[in-house]
Design a protein around this ligand. Sequence first.
Ligand SMILES: NC(=O)c1ccc[n+]([C@@H]2O[C@H](COP(=O)([O-])OP(=O)(O)OC[C@H]3O[C@@H](n4cnc5c(N)ncnc54)[C@H](O)[C@@H]3O)[C@@H](O)[C@H]2O)c1
Length: 295
Amino acid sequence: MKNITVIGAGQMGNGIAHVFALKGFSVQLVDVSAPALEKAIATIAKNNERMVGKGTITAEEMTACMQNIQTNTSLADACKTADLVVEAATENIDLKLRIFADIDANAPEGCILASNTSSISITRIAAATKRPAAVIGMHFMNPVPVMKLVEVIRGYATTDEVANTIVELSKKLGKIPTVVNDYPGFVSNRILMPMINEAIETLFQGVAGVEEIDTVMKLGMAHPMGPLQLADFIGLDTCLAILRVLHDGFGNPKYAPCPLLVNMVTAKKLGVKSGEGFYVHTPGSKELVVSPSFK
Ligand SMILES: NC(=O)c1ccc[n+]([C@@H]2O[C@H](COP(=O)([O-])OP(=O)(O)OC[C@H]3O[C@@H](n4cnc5c(N)ncnc54)[C@H](O)[C@@H]3O)[C@@H](O)[C@H]2O)c1
């Protein structure tokens, strides 16, 4: 494996491109939005500089990493010589089905097609292609350069060979792969999202404020970050999309998204990516400031 194409240059896509490029892979980073590509390259450069500052990588490794990444707004072009495509576009089933049909039409035979989806069925995504045996979930965690886990999701038709290749590749990236089966939310979000939704419901019902809920979970349960702060980091639109997949997939009302979450997404209060969610996020500041809506 040498050529990796990453589709979607948002917060996950830029991190995925970054870790592959650091390990010497040649990366094509694709987005429909040219500004998203520019922002992704700036983020990767900034994260590299921080790593050089901390002594994690050398200045030469930083230069090589940046040279390993090319950006492209054409998916067809970027997939032509790919050995692996990792899709990390917006969490929307119709969009992903379209993207996978496109990748399938353009990627060479033998290329593995992976999705970084948080919850959408890999089997369903695979059915949009003519090579379901080569489709797999490669679910990185946020922030990608820091988090060790890769949740590897085997679709109904994924072969052992493809699963083993992705497990070995994840290890080469310095990650720890864990293989799971394809059910809504897999393992990570089947457990995480109901907790985040319950934290939002607790806020919605006035049981406690933003800071109190996050403090209880941080200090009481030894979580490094409270669930509301984590929701802001993930993106409230992504949390809502995942809860809808769980709700539809299991048909169980316990997964119904809290109305407050739905309202916040409608109001474009998406967390870090929009500058405000449960907290106000000022670039460069690590201070936790509760949004005026919840004071
Ligand atoms: N945010 C998280 O913490 C997290 C963690 C793990 C997995 N994921 C998953 O990763 C994926 C991306 O999430 P994100 O948080 O990076 O979202 P994001 O909103 O930050 O980025 C999504 C990007 O996809 C691009 N895009 C949309 N349509 C496209 C198309 N047709 N072709 C190419 N690019 C397109 C958008 O322009 C945007 O830049 C989702 O499936 C999400 O569920 C997210």
